[in-house]
Design a protein around this ligand. Structure first.
Ligand code: PEP
Ligand code: MG
Length: 583
């Protein structure tokens, strides 16, 4: 049995036989073009570009029909590259002036661009290298007459293992035949991973040398919630995951029933159980899964892979669509959280030594009113269609919130003057994602209408553990007493100021995490939509009195193990948790 720990990229459990995909950029044979042959090569290159465009547009249209327009835009960066003079003119120049073959000229040009892009350490740019590679393979294969590298035949579900994948591959996968995806490299923000989430194919990334450690045809399990892959599982492990998968599939069958149930504890304490959304297209599914609104609408989908700033109208339509999916329920739109692992091409951010400690979140928005104002206006206009609230990421100080409020007031004045409707009492909240914000919660509470704790970042900044570094995954510990004490502090500060305190970090979707949070009297949780049934079932089996006692014991523990033990002890154990390394 081999266990590989990577990062979660798409929820769900996939079980199947390994299918190793060895794909690489084709090797271009050497050679020069005969005297007078350059014109013909330029024509061949142009034909390969039109062929690529045709195929990409067809893939885009197919996705648009199956998933919606936001997902379909995943192919835009590649389509845009086909018109980029750096790509097109650069290649033609190599053909005409250096008598290179079309394949060689294109190969060189793309290599140069890759080198240039790779010099930055921004993960977002590195994700776009994956798009570049996808396009490169497509065009070179056409020029060299190589058949489709992605085609494979199977009649049984397979677990695809590869160094990395591409959007073109995932867009054509049949979810009935591909049980899961697992890659040595890759990130959760890569376009293919976003597609896998939309298509509900479980995926894990950053698995190191998995391709070398496994063999074709071996049985494997991919746990897309924890990023764990088990190759050749023993009987115990296999049965455990089979059980878990059956439970998850069982939820899918009774999803309507679960969705209609209230998120309420045995002793009738209601919990606001909302969904985290990465794309507006997920709103409908979240509603079907029983979400009572949206606790975190990430808005970075509007900038990922785009070469210009998103306009107000497009944003307004996207936010309105989500608001209308949840009539009368809270829809919390988080303003752009750029920087860190989310880097937009159009801002031309200089490479930073430590992007997570750099120009990120509210800092970027306050420095770029031309980016921020259209978003604030679009959010405000969406308030006319539901209980839309606005939330700001990575806040450290009261001054930042005051500056946002000033801009929000200015946007409201503009809309009023233009006669556009919006809710004048819109709620403005802050995320609590840094120790600075947690320790200043009492002061911040005087300036906002709600708190939402982002444990993904709070853990990262408290423990100095990069959340994207798979090598440090074991150290990324939300049960660390230092994290727990800050959450408790924020909950108390928010409560005494009469604010709603919620948690929208991934900690809320872990059963033991949810127990702890409820025990700290945090009565609003926002989780990735696939986790909604599990967390709702958990809530319905708990007594608030028991979880309060559990949290109070946990607060006295001096280690993460002690915290977990106190929780399990106080509530008499949790189903399936004893085996779950990531609880
Ligand atoms: C968080 O930090 O916990 C959070 C929810 O925000 P994101 O994961 O988008 O940084
Ligand atoms: Mg965050």
């Amino acid at each position: 049995m081999i266990i590989a720990e990577g990062s979660p990229a798409s929820e769900g459990i996939g079980i199947g036989l390994i299918k190793r995909l060895h794909w690489r950029v084709p090797k271009v044979p050497p050679g020069v073009v005969e005297e007078g042959g350059a014109q013909g090569e330029v024509l061949r290159f142009d034909e390969a570009l039109s062929h690529a465009r045709e195929r990409l547009v067809a893939l885009k249209e197919d996705l648009e029909g199956r998933l919606g327009s936001v997902e379909a835009r995943i192919f835009d960066p590649q389509i845009l590259m086909l018109d980029d003079p750096q790509v097109v003119e650069g290649t033609r120049d190599y053909i005409s002036n250096h008598r290179m073959t079309a394949a060689r000229a294109f190969d060189w040009r793309m290599l140069e661009l890759k080198e240039r892009w790779a010099q930055t350490s921004h993960p977002m740019v590195l994700d776009r290298l994956n798009d570049l590679e996808d396009l490169k393979v497509r065009v070179l294969n056409r020029l060299l007459g190589i058949p489709d590298p992605w085609a494979f035949e199977t009649s049984d579900p397979v677990v695809v293992v590869a160094r990395d994948l591409t959007p073109s591959f995932v867009a054509r996968v049949d979810p009935a035949l591909v049980a899961a995806l697992a890659t040595d490299e890759g990130t959760r923000t890569a376009h293919w991973a976003i597609l896998a989430r939309s298509l509900q194919i479980p995926a894990a990334v950053g698995l190191g040398s998995l391709t070398q450690r496994c063999q074709e045809g071996q049985p494997a399990i991919v746990d897309g919630r924890t990023g764990r892959v088990v190759v050749d599982p023993d009987e115990n492990e296999r049965q455990r995951y089979e059980r878990r998968r059956t439970t998850i599939l069982g939820w899918a069958d009774s999803i309507h029933e679960i969705a209609l149930q209230e998120a309420v504890t045995v002793d009738r304490q209601s919990i606001a159980l909302r969904a985290n959304l990465d794309l507006p297209g997920e709103a409908e599914r979240a509603r079907l899964y029983g979400a009572e609104g949206v606790g975190l609408l990430r808005t970075e989908f509007l900038v990922v892979g785009r070469n210009k700033m998103p306009g107000e109208e497009e944003q307004y339509e996207a936010y309105k669509r989500v608001a209308q999916t949840f009539p009368g329920q809270a829809v919390i739109i988080r303003t752009f959280d750029l920087g860190g692992d989310k880097f937009p091409m159009f801002l031309h951010m200089a490479a930073e030594q430590n992007p997570f400690l750099g120009w990120r979140g509210v800092r970027v928005c306050l420095d770029q009113p031309e980016l921020f104002m259209p978003q604030l206006r679009a959010c405000l206009r969406a308030t006319a269609h539901g209980d839309v609230r606005i939330m700001v990421p990575l806040v450290n100080t009261v001054e930042e919130i005051q500056a946002v409020r000033e801009l929000l007031n200015a946007a409201a004045d503009q809309l009023r003057a233009e006669g556009k409707p919006f809710n004048r009492g819109v709620k403005l909240g802050t995320m609590i994602e840094t120790p600075a914000a947690a320790l200043k919660a009492t002061e911040l509470a005087q300036h906002v209408d709600f708190f939402s704790i982002g444990t993904n970042d709070l853990v990262q900044y408290t423990l100095a553990v990069d959340r994207t570094n798979t090598r440090l995954a074991k150290l990324f510990d939300p049960f660390h007493p230092a994290v727990l004490r800050q959450i408790s502090l924020v909950a108390r500060a928010g409560r005494s100021a009469g604010l709603e305190v919620s948690v929208c970090g991934e900690f809320a979707s872990k059963p033991l995490g949810a127990v702890l949070l409820l025990g700290l009297d945090i009565l609003a949780l926002s989780v990735a939509w696939p986790s909604l049934p599990e967390i709702k079932k958990l809530i319905r089996g708990l007594r608030i009195e028991d979880v309060r006692r559990a949290a109070s014991d946990a607060l006295h523990a001096s280690s993460s193990q002690g915290v977990k033990a106190a929780l399990i002890d106080a509530i008499g154990g949790l189903p399936d948790l004893a085996h779950n390394s990531q609880h």
